[in-house]
Design a protein around this ligand. Structure first.
Ligand code: HEC
Ligand code: HEC
Length: 268
């Protein structure tokens, strides 16, 4: 009995030590991956956009939005309200390191903080488009399909699951990948078309009318919630997974049946 207690005492100590190491490790890594900003929330005053901008963005984009060696300016080209809203609502900004790839993730700010930041960045002087108003119901699904296949599918794939833009030495290089559109909101889709983030071309007002934009958004909504008649979606990747399943299930099943009903030479 004594022995058992002594042993469990040791076990407790070892477990506590392991727990402490694990916790320390977690705290360390969570520190590293902590979404920026890690600072305290800012009070909701008319100044909040400016305060957040100066605290979280200015060190890369400069106080007047004129850009630094760490980040581009926020006033030229298509920069303005739509671009800022797109970058913040898709969680692309802020980043912790200028070389960090920008990608879709959960936003670092709540919607009202984003609104304040967008208003502040827009006030810096960029004359890019304002946040677009989308009316999905006004879109025509068939027209959306046509426009999507002609203008977007080459990069984002016919089913909107994204795809590689070019072969490069690093298969994980984000600049060579067109992302999946499966989680984009209607406004983010319209914003992306108008501002052309990263290597995506701009599809501005002179390219698509409001109805055409609404139609593309409506069609993408349809792709996001597909009506998978005729079977399993298999990730909507297309012939590659379908072929793989065909081989595995079809040929594998046939082999299994042959194995079950067949007899080996000399087995009779
Ligand atoms: C560590 C540096 C860094 C911080 C901090 C940062 N950004 Fe950026 N930002 C960048 C870089 C680098 C790019 C270009 C990314 C790309 O094109 O993939 C960029 C791009 C942008 C763009 C698109 C501009 C364009 O012309 O491509 C906007 C808008 C933007 N950032 C807004 C913000 C806002 C708002 C904040 C603060 C909440 C912020 N950024 C914080 C580095 C930073
Ligand atoms: C030449 C290739 C190309 C074409 C054509 C293209 N895109 Fe993109 N698109 C991209 C790339 C690359 C990105 C990622 C940009 C970034 O993160 O900096 C992107 C991003 C997006 C996003 C943001 C998704 C996210 O991860 O938040 C949306 C929405 C989008 N595109 C919609 C469209 C629509 C709609 C069309 C057609 C009208 C289209 N794109 C045409 C390359 C393309």
């Amino acid at each position: 009995m004594k022995l058992r207690c002594a042993r469990s005492g040791w076990a407790v100590k070892v477990l506590t030590a392991l727990g402490a190491i694990a916790l320390g490790g977690c705290a360390y890594t969570s520190n590293l991956t902590n979404p920026h900003p890690s600072q305290e929330p800012v009070a909701d005053t008319p100044e909040r956009g400016r305060v957040l901008y100066l605290r979280d963005c200015a060190w890369c984009h400069a106080a007047e939005g004129s850009g630094t060696g760490r980040g581009p300016d926020l006033i030229s080209d298509t920069n303005g309200a739509a671009f800022t809203d797109f970058m913040l609502s898709t969680g692309r900004m802020p980043i912790n390191d200028p070389s960090e790839p920008t990608r879709f993730s959960s936003p670092s700010y709540n919607p009202s903080e984003i609104e304040d930041l967008v208003a502040y960045v827009a006030s810096l002087g960029g004359d890019g488009p304002p946040i677009p108003v989308v009316d999905t119901q006004a879109g025509d699904l068939a027209l959306g399909l046509e426009l999507y296949q002609e203008n977007c599918a080459a990069c984002h794939s016919t089913t909107g699951v994204g795809g590689a833009l070019a072969a490069g030495p690093d298969p994980f290089d984000r600049s060579l990948i067109a992302p999946a559109l499966t989680q984009s909101t209607p406004v983010q889709i319209a914003e992306a078309m108008q501002v052309g983030p990263g290597t995506m071309p701009v599809f501005g007002r002179d390219t698509f009318s409001d109805t055409e934009v609404d139609s593309i958004v409506r069609y993408l909504g349809h792709l996001q919630r597909p009506d998978d008649r005729g079977g399993l979606p298999l990730g909507h990747v297309g012939p590659v997974t379908e072929g793989a399943i065909g081989w595995l299930v079809g040929v594998g099943g046939a082999l299994l049946i042959v194995r079950l009903i067949g007899t080996r030479v000399g087995e009779e």
